[in-house]
Each structure stands twice: as structure tokens, then as C-alpha cells.
Design a protein around this ligand. Structure first.
Ligand code: HDD
Length: 688
């Protein structure tokens, strides 16, 4: 666009007055650069049409709009991404020659995308689902994509089964629902016929599948990979992400309501946190072990339905990832980012894990379909930030084209920037491995134990968490219409834990307890409790990064309000004010307090704890508002801390909570704002 274009304003011919362009607005053009005089009225023959085919401005505008959508991801369609960096804590050169781990303190740019698996792009954030946790590291020796989940194991052992798994989990094909949920016959039919999924099912039914925030969940590379040192030494490695803000989940009833109150809850939370400078952060940890450990371990380390308990191989923290920049354009970055498990760098290698081997084909293949051709690496978010020199050329949308005459190897032309050569000393080397065997379709016998680690996960949970798993199974299986499928699931649960099976059978109202499912291997009951598997045992004790919802009325006690909000700020926590009107309220000191939400738009599920700061008159008037009553009954039912002053009692009485007061209710007349905020650090009053 040249400055010499001066827009003179335009009057729509139909009398519609266009906003005249000012000097601060550059002139609009079509994609070919031609300046546009009117982008609101098509070119017509006469005032009332018809529209002329000749209108190249209209045709271009519609053509481009018609082609705006690309196929959504077949899984993980709904996701949210952000930019940031990875900081290496110490050089790991004894373990790996991966460039990213060579220099202490070095920062490597990253792009991370978090997702739900089953739902479409527009599905709600709080679906009970696995969360994708994919990170692209733009290292100096190429892009390394660690495409993981927030659960360290997977449903299936062989990539061959992936299309079946996904078909069963997504909406049923004849009816096109249910959306973003596994609570239906097809899913549980498949699962109950797939015993290898039982370990993952325990995780998926646990609170891990309903995280409070993407910032408060762990991530896992899932597979066993290899580290290779410069000397060629090999070790096995599993990758872990540990959230700096601690782990936290919502309760199921809260998730259900959140999906209505704010389907974008997770993406909004991440957007706000980064916007406010409270950058989401995770530490990267590695479990490193050798062949001897792998040989001695109870399970096959190449079986993606198994994990290695942290108590057996501790997680060594090697760096941190900080997400400090939201995208400029959601489509260009979050939608077009193309993660591929095959993207690894010198110093790392794959293992024969049959799930990983299949993934290495599938991701590359899917990007070609999604992004329209082989040049998706030219899209800025996918392009490496180190030099690229190769003889790949042409194809749809080729943006970075090799220069010069030479485009083949071997060649006898001069060297230089445009004539690269492969280099055995510095190029990617696969680890050398003896491979032999018959060609056959086979599942290793070492993959046969499907229940022992499912049991270990279950017994490692607190009573509260076990209760949540029972309830989740009852909820999901109650949506299953076929009794035989419900019973088949319970028959598997019997192999995991008898009490669990009984609770679920009772919850489903099964008349007869089925027989335990036939199992290739007996469940081991000697695997010890692993505390690392529980969220609550590793609970955080701070309200930092969390949000308090403050319900106010006119006359709100300004002193308490100010002290609480100051204490929150000092800690790095947030608050939102919910008022009868978005214009806010007048506080006891006569000043206005502005509101972020009105009462029917700010239900308590949006907050980690609530404070009801109303006058008696305000409480009486809110007592007539159903949403205000829901605000407090939900907060109570979801085990949240409830701050209040006695003047709020009329609202609690109207909500039927008058005699429900417990130690999770905190009278702000009895305790300092600072202590109140400290108490909130327990996040929930589970004793309720
Ligand atoms: Fe996958 C996307 C994670 C097994 C095939 N997968 C996808 C994404 C994540 C995962 C996080 C979204 C990436 C993004 O944000 O763009 N997938 C996993 C994990 C698995 C796993 C942790 C097991 C350990 N996936 C898996 C298998 C296959 C696939 C076994 C196929 C054989 N996954 C895909 C895919 C997707 C995908 C179809 C859809 C969109 C995409 O790749 O880019 O290729």
C-alpha cells in the first residue's frame, strides 16, 4: 500500500453513508492489491440490481470466504496454543547430544498446543477427556515435536487400532452425537472389548480428565524414547511436564455447568493468564534408565499402556517451559501448527513401541491433508528457526524456494549456501540396533498384563479421588443403553479392584454381579501405592494463579473488599466482581466498584472460591434471584471455600444453606483478609 493513495470517502449509492476513512486508516485493497472504493455494496445494474458478474471485488471477497475452512484435526480438533521458551537448567551432554540440552541457561523458542481429543473444534473445554499436550521446540538443529498428553499412558498398544478407538469415541456415525463425550454405547462397547485400555480408562475416569486449567495439569511424552550421547551411548528416556502452579481439577458437576457457563473456560484462562503476565510454566523432567532396568522391569517399556512409577525411576528436572506470548492470529498459528512425532533431532531416537511407530506415519500424513500439500513446513509456525538446506522443491504454495542451478545430489557444482551436502559426523544418526525375526502380525506376550497397573493407579488415589472414579464410571455407563456393555465393563473392573467393581455395579443397579473378565495374566496385587499418581496427594497449597468470585451488592463493605483484593494481588491471585448489574455497585464509602459479571453471567463454577460481600438488604434482594441462590449452593456443593459476612445470611437461608455452615465457610469479621486468602490455598474444603 503506498501513501500516495488518499481516500476521499464514499457515499453508498443507496443513501447508506460509509464511515469516511481518516488518515489513520490505510486504504483497503483486494488480495491483488487493487484499492477498494466500496466493500459494502456489490456492483449492480440499476439501483435494485441484479448484481453484475463483472464485480471482481465481490467475487474475490466471496471466493476467499468460501475457502476459509480447512479440515479440522480428526482428533484433538479443539485446542489452544501459545508461544514461549524452554530454558535448559543444566548441560546434559553425558546423556544426549541433543543441541537443546547442551548449554545451561540457554533459551529455545517453543510453541505449545493443548487440546481435547474427541470433540469438534467448537466443543466445550470441560469435556471429560484426555488433554493433548504438544510442544514444538525450535532447536538449533531442527524442530523437535514432543506430542504428548496429560496422561502418561494410552488406550491401545498398537497404532493399528487407533482408527477404531477414535471412531468409537467420537459421535456415533448414524446420529452425529454425542459431541465431545465418551458416555455412549460405541465407546464403552469398544473399550469393554479392549482390555489393554483398562489402565488408561482409570486415568480418563479420574480427575485428570477434567483439569481446572491447562496451566494446572501435568504432561507426558508417553512413549519410551532414546537419548544418544556424542560418544554413541544410549539410554532410554520418558518425558514429563510438571506444572509450576501445581495440579488442580474441577469436580464433575462443576465441569458440566462450566461447559454451559463458559465453553471457552480453558482457553480464556490461558489467554488471561498470559495477558496478565502470570505466565504458565512447566518444568521438563526425564526418567532415564538403561537396558538392564528395562529387562528387570515388571512390564515392557515399549508398551504405551504402561508407565514407570516415579518412585522406581525418579523424574530428573532438566529445564522449564514458559508460555509468555499469545498468538497474533489463531488460525495462522494454533490451527495451522503441524506437530509430527517423527520430528526429532540428533541426540534423540525412537524405540520399537508399535504405537509410536504408527504415529510417525500418521502425523505427517494428516498434515498433508489438513494443510493442503507438502509445503506446510513453510508456514511460519511450522518453519524451523535454524537454517534449512535441501533439494526439496515446488508443490502447492511453495514459499521458500531453493536458489541457484543445482537441485540434485550427487552434483559436481561448487559448494556454498545453495549446494548442501549430507554430513555423517553432524547429521542425524539413528541408533544402531540388531533387528531380526519372522514377518508376522503379532502382539508381544510382554504386553499381556492389562490390569496390574490399572489397579496400581486406582489404589494410589485418595478416598476422594477413588470416589470420583467410581462416580465417573457410573455416570458414563449409565448413559450406555445396552446392559451387556455395562456388565462387560464391570467384569473388567473386577480384575482391577473388587470394591470399585461393587460400587460401580451398585451405582448402576446391576441385579447380578458378572464374572470377572477372562484375563491372559492374573492381576498383580504386589505393586506398591505410587503417591505420584494422585493429584490430591501432590496438591498445591496456594491460591496463586487462582480466581476468587466476589458477589457484591450496593453498600458492600469497602474495607473488607479492599483488604481482600489487596491480599489477592499481593499473592498473584485474581478476582472478579459479580453484581446485580454490570455497571457495578456503590460501596460503603460511596465509591463505585465496577463489576466484571452480572449474576446470571458469573456463576460460582467460574471461580476457585467465592466471597459473598453483601448488605442485609442486598442479601434479601438477591434471595429472590435464582442465579444468586445457585451461586452459593453450587459453591457449597463443589466444596469451595465460601467467605462471607453475617449480613449475607438471608441469601444463604433462601438457598437452603442456613444449617450447612462448616469450616469451609469463613466469616470475614473473624479473620484477616490475609489469613482468608491463605486458607483459600487449600483450594477445596474436601471434608464437606
Ligand atoms: Fe495423536 C493429534 C497425542 C496416539 C494420530 N495426537 C494429536 C495431538 C496430540 C496427540 C497432542 C494434537 C497435536 C496438535 O495440537 O496439533 N496421540 C497423542 C498421544 C498418543 C497419540 C500422546 C499416544 C501416546 N495419535 C496417536 C496414534 C495415532 C495418532 C496411535 C495414529 C496412528 N494424532 C494423530 C493424528 C493427529 C493427532 C491423526 C490429528 C491431528 C494431527 O495429528 O495433527 O495424526
Amino acid at each position: 500500500m503506498t501513501e500516495s493513495f488518499k481516500y476521499t470517502g464514499n457515499k453508498g449509492k443507496g443513501g447508506e453513508l460509509h464511515q469516511p476513512a481518516s488518515d489513520t486508516h490505510p486504504i483497503m485493497t483486494i488480495a491483488q492489491g487493487c484499492p477498494v472504493s466500496d466493500d459494502q455494496n456489490s456492483l449492480k445494474a440499476g439501483a435494485s440490481g441484479p448484481t453484475l458478474m463483472e464485480d471482481h471485488v465481490l467475487r474475490e471477497k466471496l471466493f476467499h470466504f468460501d475457502h476459509e475452512r480447512i479440515p479440522e484435526r480428526v482428533v484433538h480438533a479443539r485446542g489452544y496454543g501459545a508461544h514461549g521458551y524452554f530454558e535448559t537448567y543444566e548441560a546434559l551432554n553425558e546423556l544426549t547430544c541433543a543441541d537443546i540440552f547442551q548449554r545451561k541457561g540457554e533459551k529455545t523458542p517453543v510453541f505449545a498446543r493443548f487440546s481435547t481429543v474427541a470433540g469438534n473444534k467448537g466443543s466445550p473445554d470441560l469435556a471429560r477427556d484426555v488433554r493433548g499436550f504438544a510442544v514444538k521446540f525450535y532447536t538449533q538443529e531442527g524442530n523437535w515435536d514432543l506430542v504428548g498428553n496429560n496422561i502418561p499412558v494410552f488406550f491401545i498398544q498398537d497404532a493399528m487400532k487407533f482408527p477404531d478407538l477414535v471412531h468409537s469415541a467420537k459421535a456415533e456415525p448414524d446420529r452425529g452425537f454425542p459431541q465431545a463425550q465418551t458416555a455412549h454405547d460405541n465407546f464403552w462397547d469398544f473399550i469393554s472389548l479392549t482390555p489393554e485400555s483398562m489402565h488408561m480408562v482409570m486415568w480418563a475416569m479420574s480427575d485428570r480428565a477434567i483439569p481446572r486449567s491447562l496451566r494446572f495439569m501435568e504432561g507426558f511424552g508417553v512413549h519410551t524414547f532414546k537419548f544418544i550421547s556424542a560418544k554413541g551411548n544410549e539410554k532410554f528416556v520418558k518425558f514429563h511436564w510438571k506444572p509450576k502452579g501445581g495440579m488442580q481439577s474441577v469436580v464433575w458437576n462443576e465441569a458440566v455447568k462450566l461447559n454451559g457457563a463458559d465453553p471457552d473456560f480453558h482457553r480464556r484462562d490461558m489467554w488471561q493468564a498470559i495477558g496478565e503476565g502470570d505466565y504458565p510454566e512447566w518444568e521438563l523432567g526425564v526418567q532415564v534408565f538403561d537396558q538392564k532396568f528395562a529387562d528387570d522391569f515388571e512390564f515392557d517399556v515399549f508398551d504405551a499402556t504402561k508407565l514407570i512409577p516415579e518412585e522406581q525411576v525418579p523424574v530428573k528436572i532438566v529445564g522449564r517451559m514458559v508460555l509468555d506470548r499469545v498468538v497474533d492470529n489463531f488460525f495462522a498459528e494454533t490451527e495451522q501448527v503441524a506437530f509430527c512425532t517423527q520430528n526429532i533431532v540428533p541426540g534423540l531416537d525412537f524405540t520399537p513401541d508399535p504405537l509410536l511407530q504408527g504415529r510417525n506415519f500418521s502425523y505427517l500424513d494428516t498434515q498433508i491433508k489438513r494443510l493442503g500439500g507438502p509445503n506446510f513446513t513453510h508456514i511460519p509456525v511450522n518453519a524451523p528457526k535454524c537454517p534449512m538446506r535441501h533439494f526439496q522443491q515446488d508443490g502447492h504454495m511453495a514459499m521458500q524456494n531453493p536458489k541457484g542451478r543445482v537441485n540434485y545430489e550427487p552434483n559436481s557444482w561448487e559448494g556454498g549456501e545453495h549446494n548442501p551436502r549430507a554430513c555423517p559426523a553432524h547429521g542425524y544418526q539413528s541408533s544402531s540396533e540388531q533387528v531380526s525375526g519372522d514377518k508376522l502380525r503379532y502382539r508381544s506376550e510382554t504386553f499381556a498384563d492389562h490390569y496390574s497397573q490399572a489397579r496400581q493407579f486406582y489404589i494410589s488415589q485418595t478416598d476422594i479421588e477413588q470416589g470420583h472414579i467410581q462416580n465417573a464410571l457410573v455416570f458414563e455407563l449409565s448413559k450406555v443403553e445396552h446392559l451387556a456393555i455395562r456388565e462387560r465393563m464391570v467384569s473388567h473392573l473386577l480384575n482391577i479392584d473388587e470394591t470399585l467393581a461393587k460400587k460401580v455395579a451398585d451405582g448402576l443397579g446391576l441385579e447380578n454381579m458378572p464374572q470377572a473378565a477372562e484375563a491372559a495374566m492374573k492381576t498383580r496385587d504386589d505393586l506398591p501405592v505410587s503417591d505420584a499418581l494422585s493429584i490430591l496427594k501432590n496438591g498445591t497449597h496456594t491460591f496463586k494463579g487462582r480466581k476468587l468470585g466476589i458477589l457484591v451488592s450496593d453498600g458492600v463493605d469497602a474495607a473488607i473488599f479492599n483488604k481482600v483484593t489487596d491480599a489477592l494481588k499481593a499473592l498473584g491471585a485474581n478476582h472478579e466482581v459479580i453484581a446485580p448489574q454490570v455497571g457495578g455497585v456503590t460501596c460503603s464509602e460511596g465509591k463505585r466498584i465496577s463489576a466484571q459479571q452480572v449474576i446470571n453471567g458469573g456463576p460460582s463454577v467460574l471461580y476457585d472460591a467465592v466471597l459473598v460481600l453483601v448488605t442485609e438488604e442486598g442479601a434479601k434482594s438477591l434471595a429472590k434471584v435464582p442465579e444468586a441462590k445457585d451461586f452459593v449452593t453450587d459453591a457449597h456443593a463443589h466444596m469451595k471455600f465460601i467467605g462471607y459476612t453475617p449480613s449475607a445470611m438471608p441469601l444463604f437461608e433462601a438457598a437452603g444453606l442456613a444449617d450447612k455452615e462448616d469450616k469451609g465457610w469463613i466469616d470475614l469479621n473473624d479473620i484477616s483478609a490475609k489469613s482468608f486468602v491463605k486458607t483459600l490455598g487449600a483450594l477445596r474444603y474436601w471434608q464437606r
